[in-house]
Design a protein around this ligand. Sequence first.
Ligand code: COA
Length: 378
Amino acid sequence: MDKEYHPGLAGVPATESSISFIDGEAGILEYRGYRIETLAEHSTFEETAWLLLHGKLPTTSELQGFRERLQKERASLPSELIQFAGSFPKTGHPMAALQASLATLGMFSEMPDFHNAEQSEAAIVRILAATPVLIAAFDRSRRGLEFVAPDEDLDTAAGFLAMINGERPDELFARILDVALILHAEHTMNASTFAAIVVASTEADPYTVCSSAAGALTGPLHGGANERVLIALNDIGGADKVPAWFAKKLANKQKVMGFGHRVYKTKDPRAHNLQALTRELFAKHGSTPLYDIAVSLEAEVVKHLGGKGIYPNVDFFSGIVYQKLGIATDLFTPVFAMARVAGYLAHWKEQMANNRLFRPGQIYKGGHDTAYEPIANR
Ligand code: COA
């Protein structure tokens, strides 16, 4: 057996999967064989979630049925659960609230038998439906605002904006968030999806799987990068200040959030899509100075680090888009999670269809047969 150690398991296959595919050199991302650009142009988040979960695009009646189930489920979540999601410390991070809320959703739910397709589907629909509601319940409560009940006519993206902002969103805003959710829904064996399949492999329930994956998504090297990008752009303070800011980062050997990727060695295709959305949004609603700073920062980073394969990743432009949609900076990662649960659940299904407990090895670097020293002699 290969005993070579690969830090971060870089390049080591952890599973066989037919859910998504990345060509990191060419900048290609596909979900079930469909190019991400095609889905961003033609699909919706609900349809893409179905595609990820079922391996094929839905028919009109399948999609209609799925949307109705999601809307019904969203509207019938127990009020105690909503109260619970709104009861966390107001100063807590919304990702911690989401992680706890997803685990709690499990306590309010029937545990599915993963051998039973109907029960598994019911749990999947419940998690997809509840995630935006749980994020909004915490956000409204911490701002001292009343909970806004989900609008049964709205899909995931528009419904989320309506719940956090207290009014039906502009059509372009809703469409742009919908596309952003498509772009974030799945991404092969990233850290949080890996966490999801490891937890799934123990036969833990899908609520626990998604809660654990949300924990892994929180860190700044993964989903947590998006809110830090916006903080950095604000910190820079102007496009003319980019070179000096970046030179300092480089001198201090600090990473620039929103750049670099374990797999992509060119610009992340999702960053291209998000940048196009930013331009569309700004053409109608006016630009923000942060965009000019972002464009200068991209040029500066690529000039110095492009040779090392460091280019903008998905998190670089998403925050600029979300800010324009009225989403608070610390909700950027929860919005990422709201999309990515579709991927986690597709992987949960795939894992359970052919499960084997994850139990990797290690290369032991410690001692052996150490003599026990009584405490008085240490
Ligand atoms: N800014 C500056 N330098 C970076 C960088 C960044 N964002 N990302 C990687 N590098 C450099 C490292 O300093 C390292 O340089 P060295 O070889 O001279 O020491 C080299 O590129 C390899 O970096 P490493 O962290 O080992 O690569 P990885 O494959 O483990 O990293 C990430 C992938 C995503 C963890 C990394 O690019 C990163 O931390 N990016 C910032 C956080 C982020 O945006 N995360 C969201 C990812 S979608």
